[in-house]
Design a protein around this ligand. Structure first.
Ligand code: CO
Length: 445
């Protein structure tokens, strides 16, 4: 199904289309981007996050809250987000067993989601899933996370209203939770309130709140028992009050803040994807070996990417030298960093690149008999050998030049340094300068 068709099916609210679209966004990549673009702008549902330590009874709580909200608010979806699980959604049977009463209702949709180790992380995947659910017309989405780590805190930033579920008798857990989730929770629910120790947990949470007073909304502490039904109505009432007093009035500002976080995450992910594993590994190697500090390595990665656009650009200046060591001294003295050498047997040269802002200097040391660079040095001595321009598609560029009557030195592109493809334009055709065309290799260099 094409992205447009799937998007239309999602907008019509068809459950199977929604499930399928969630699988697409969960897997990520180009299909997910195409689908999200096809969905277009949509009205965001009220997103209620439910988090807390394992054993807090979050699923039970989510079901109880869902049963209260569904119908009154409209259709409702539950998204169970599990950063630790390698398995993805579509575990429909499991989802239904977890919340049998809610799952039986017409307007409810329950789905679990795993991270798949995506670079943008779980929070990005959750945002994408919310776009799908919003397009499908769900008025409320409950987002439930499995643990209370940093991933879960990130996911909770996606929610409008956050519930922290704390079961009785977890003093240490509360201490741990205070460090992260406590700050972003809007309602503190003491779950399993029918068990002994609930009073103590309530007191601990209230004490923790007093230690860290907040401006504006003060999170209420609510006792809830899904077994007896105690407190469920009060909890839902607290959630609604938060929406009315803190979410609705700040909707525009909250939307901007969320959008900004989302763009930041995606931009970071795109940079890493574009840079590619090889470039990342190489940067990591340089940092680990002490050849570069992490800031410099990260900066270079970004600058290389910025330089490796699809526009034609000046890529490097090639300088013929008798010895790279000798030639590099000047640039080292000026504070440039000289990269490791690479041998290009096809050209009979060893090369070393020196990053220089958006462009580079390439030192070329000839070896073997009949190296073109060697002949150049014999005839004219060391000096500027060629100017290289980067083109996105070297075959297309060569065809265009041939068409226009320029003289190329080879019929086909040839392998260059860093997995690039190169071709030379005869100086007769290029104002007396040997012009190299280069198409960067996989890692954008
Ligand atoms: Co070159």
């Amino acid at each position: 199904m094409r992205p447009g068709e799937l998007a239309a099916a999602v907008r019509s609210g068809r459950r199977r289309a929604v499930a399928r679209a969630l699988s697409v966004v969960e897997r990520g990549g180009a299909p997910a981007r195409a689908l999200l673009a096809a969905l277009g702008g949509v009205t965001r549902p009220w997103v209620v996050g439910i988090t807390g330590p394992p054993g807090a009874g979050k699923s039970t709580l989510a079901e109880a809250v869902g049963l209260e909200l569904i119908g009154r608010e409209g259709r409702l979806a539950v998204l169970a987000v599990d950063p630790s699980s390698p398995f993805s959604g579509g575990a429909l049977l499991g989802d239904r067993i977890r919340m049998p009463r809610l799952a039986a209702l017409e307007g409810a949709f329950i789905r679990s989601m795993a991270t798949r180790g995506a670079l943008g992380g779980l929070a990005s995947a959750t945002e994408d899933a919310l776009d799908v659910l919003a397009a499908a017309g769900f008025a409320v989405v409950l987002v439930e996370t499995v643990g209370v780590g940093q991933d879960e805190v990130d996911v909770m930033h996606v929610a409008d209203t956050v519930v922290l579920a704390s079961p009785p008798g977890l003093g240490d857990e509360i201490q741990a939770a205070k460090a992260g989730v406590m700050e972003i929770a809007h309602v503190l629910a003491v779950t399993k309130a029918d068990l002994p120790g609930a009073d103590r947990t309530v007191a601990q949470l209230e004490a923790a709140l007093e230690l860290a007073p907040r401006e504006g909304w003060t999170p209420p502490v609510v006792r809830v028992s899904a077994v007896t039904g105690e407190g469920v109505a009060a909890l839902v009432e607290a959630l609604r009050r938060h929406r009315e007093t803190a979410v609705e009035p700040a909707r525009a500002a909250l939307g901007r803040r969320r959008a900004r976080r989302r763009v930041e995450r995606l931009a970071a992910r795109l940079v890493l994807e574009r840079a590619g594993d090889r470039a990342l590994d190489r940067a990591a190697e340089r940092v680990a070996s002490g050849a570069a500090d992490p800031y410099t390595a990260a900066m270079e990665l970004v600058e290389t990417l910025a330089a490796a656009g699809t526009e034609p650009a000046l890529d490097h200046l090639g300088i013929a030298v008798r010895s790279i060591e000798e030639g590099a001294r000047l640039y080292r003295a000026l504070g440039f960093e000289v990269e490791g050498t690479e041998t290009v047997p096809e050209q009979g040269v060893t090369v070393a690149f020196i990053p220089a802002g958006g462009t580079r200097i390439e030192l070329l040391e000839p070896f073997g008999e009949g190296s073109p660079v060697g002949r150049h040095i014999e005839r004219r001595g060391p000096g500027l050998h060629h100017v290289a321009v980067r083109v996105p598609d070297i075959r297309a560029a060569m065809a265009a030049l041939r068409e226009a009557g320029f003289e190329l030195l080879s019929e086909e592109p040839r392998p260059g340094a860093h997995g690039s493809l190169v071709c030379f334009v005869h100086p007769r055709s290029a104002g007396g300068v040997l012009l190299e065309l280069t198409q960067p290799g996989d890692d954008g260099r």
